[in-house]
Design a protein around this ligand. Structure first.
Ligand SMILES: Cc1cc2nc3c(=O)[nH]c(=O)nc-3n(C[C@H](O)[C@H](O)[C@H](O)COP(=O)(O)O)c2cc1C
Length: 190
C-alpha cells in the first residue's frame, strides 16, 4: 500500500467558489494522487479548475468540522495556483493536475507539487489527534461499514481521547459523537 497523507483539500469551481473537504493524498513517486469518490464537489471542481491546495493542520477540528457541516474555516490565498490554504495550517502544498486516471467509482487526479510553504512550527504528535482523524473516516463511512466494526473501533479510539485529548480534540470528538449518536438511533429504528 502506498503512503497516504490526510489533508484538508480546497478546490474551486469555474466561478471562483472555494470548496473544502478532508481527503487523503496518495503518494505516487514524485506526484500525489487525489481520489474523490463519485459524485463529489471536489471531483467536479478538479475537472473545472485543475488545481488543488492541500493544507496540513494539527487542528483536527477542521477534519471533524468539515464532516459535520462546519465548513467555514478561515482561508488565505495561495501563492502560485488559483486557490486557498487553511489559516490554521502548519504548512500547505499547491498542486497542479497533470493527468486523470478515469474510474467509475473513484477517478484519480495525478498532481504535481508546484509550491509549498511552512507557516507554523510542528507542535508534536498527539494520539487524540490521530483518533479524531480515524473517527472522522469512520463517520464518513457510517452507511458502508458493519455496525459491530464501527462500535469496536469507537471503543478503541475513545482510549486515546480520554487519555491524551486537549480542548480542541475534545471539541472535534464531540462533533463526531453527535453524528454517531444520530446513527445509533437510526440503527435502533431499523
Ligand atoms: C481523513 C479523511 C480522508 C478522506 N479521504 C477521502 C478521499 O480520499 N476521497 C473521498 O472522496 N473522500 C474522502 N473523505 C471523505 C470526504 O471528506 C467527504 O466525503 C467529502 O464530503 C467529499 O465530498 P465533497 O467533495 O462533495 O465535499 C475523507 C474523509 C476524511 C475524514
Amino acid at each position: 500500500m502506498p503512503k497516504i497523507v490526510e489533508t484538508i483539500v480546497t478546490t474551486s469551481d469555474g466561478d471562483g467558489n472555494v470548496h473544502i473537504a478532508p481527503l487523503g493524498l496518495i503518494a505516487d513517486g514524485d506526484h500525489w494522487l487525489i481520489g474523490p469518490f463519485k459524485p463529489s464537489r471536489t471531483l467536479d471542481n478538479l475537472r473545472a479548475v485543475p488545481f488543488a491546495v492541500a493544507s496540513h493542520t494539527q487542528d483536527v477540528r477542521v477534519f471533524a468540522g468539515c464532516l459535520t457541516g462546519r465548513k467555514d474555516w478561515p482561508l488565505k490565498r495561495a501563492g502560485k495556483v488559483p486557490g486557498s490554504y487553511l489559516a490554521v495550517s502548519q504548512s500547505h502544498w499547491e498542486l497542479k493536475v497533470v493527468d486523470i486516471e478515469e474510474d467509475d467509482v473513484r477517478p484519480k487526479f495525478r498532481c504535481k507539487l508546484v509550491h509549498q510553504e511552512a507557516h507554523a512550527p510542528f507542535a508534536g504528535l498527539n494520539r487524540a489527534q490521530a483518533a479524531v482523524i480515524e473517527c472522522a473516516v469512520l463517520v464518513s463511512r457510517l452507511k458502508m461499514l458493519e455496525a459491530d466494526k464501527i462500535e469496536a473501533e469507537l471503543k478503541y479510539l475513545e482510549i486515546a481521547i480520554s487519555k491524551t485529548a486537549g480542548p480542541e480534540e475534545l471539541e472535534a470528538w464531540s462533533w463526531l459523537m453527535e453524528r454517531v449518536d444520530a446513527w445509533r438511533v437510526d440503527q435502533k429504528n431499523k
